[in-house]
Design a protein around this ligand. Structure first.
Ligand code: ADP
Ligand code: MG
Length: 227
């Protein structure tokens, strides 16, 4: 099975003044094309840092990260931005919609960056899929948390990413809303055949992916196939 993402001995150390903090320690794993995987671990264990490095938002201190055959360590900021726009979708715990843009405009952003055509039609289709076509002209502040996360799902899938990274996507939502958002996430993911890398501390949610990685204190402590 070919892998879309490959980490080889990745470590990350944050330095401030004389102090240095090692947040990730010698982490290696491969993620197969089209698979779903969760990363779980206590707060502060390095999950967000790890996801940021996998997605080319941040660089590892040592070790190598390859995404879709591209060695991320060797790329500059512009090249990383191009890789992100071409291959990657991202969903954050706090939604991160652009506050000055409407729901529709937020969904259009990744497509606009790509210079694609007919982006309004495609974006409206996605809003419809997440059940929010009627809210296309609303701004993020006019939407509930669950609605904002559904908009960010539509945005994440708009450029048909090869791989989707979701960092505690239900962390700011109540149980009932979480369930709806998760259902939608898995539906859209399955339909598009996207590889999913999900950070969560919800073990029931993690169990819905094919594989679970556990990290503790920056170390990969287990790698389990579910089911
Ligand atoms: P998690 O997502 O598992 O809660 P994080 O990856 O956010 O963990 O953080 C792991 C550790 O790295 C924490 O101790 C955190 O304080 C530290 N950390 C995260 N980002 C930075 C940063 N930019 N500078 C210094 N320390 C950081
Ligand atoms: Mg985190």
């Amino acid at each position: 099975m070919s892998s879309i993402l490959s980490l080889n001995s990745v470590s990350k150390t944050y330095k401030s003044g004389n102090a240095s903090l090692q947040v990730l320690n010698n982490i290696s794993f491969d993620v197969a094309h089209g698979s779903t995987i969760s990363i779980v671990g206590p707060s502060g264990s390095g999950k967000t840092t790890l996801l940021g490095i996998c997605a080319g938002l941040d660089k590892s201190t040592t070790g190598a990260v390859a995404l879709q055959g591209n060695n991320l360590n060797s790329l500059n900021e512009d090249q990383l931005a191009a890789i992100r726009n071409r291959y990657i979708g991202f969903i954050f715990q706090n939604f991160q919609l652009l506050p000055t843009l409407t729901a529709l405009e937020n969904v259009m952003v990744p497509l606009e960056l790509r210079g694609e055509k007919n982006i309004k039609t495609r974006s409206m289709e996605l809003l419809d899929k997440v059940g929010l076509a009627s809210r296309s002209h609303h701004y993020p502040t006019q939407l509930s948390g669950g609605e904002q996360q559904r908009i960010s799902l539509a945005r994440a899938f708009s450029n048909s990413p090869s791989i989707l990274f979701a960092d505690e996507p239900t962390g700011n939502l109540d149980a009932e809303t979480s369930e709806k958002v998760v259902k939608l996430l898995f539906e859209l993911n399955k339909e598009a055949g996207t590889t999913l890398v999900l950070v969560t501390h919800d073990l029931d949610l993690a169990a819905q992916t094919q594989r679970i990685l556990r990290i503790k204190g920056g170390h990969l402590v287990s790698d389990q196939i579910t089911g």
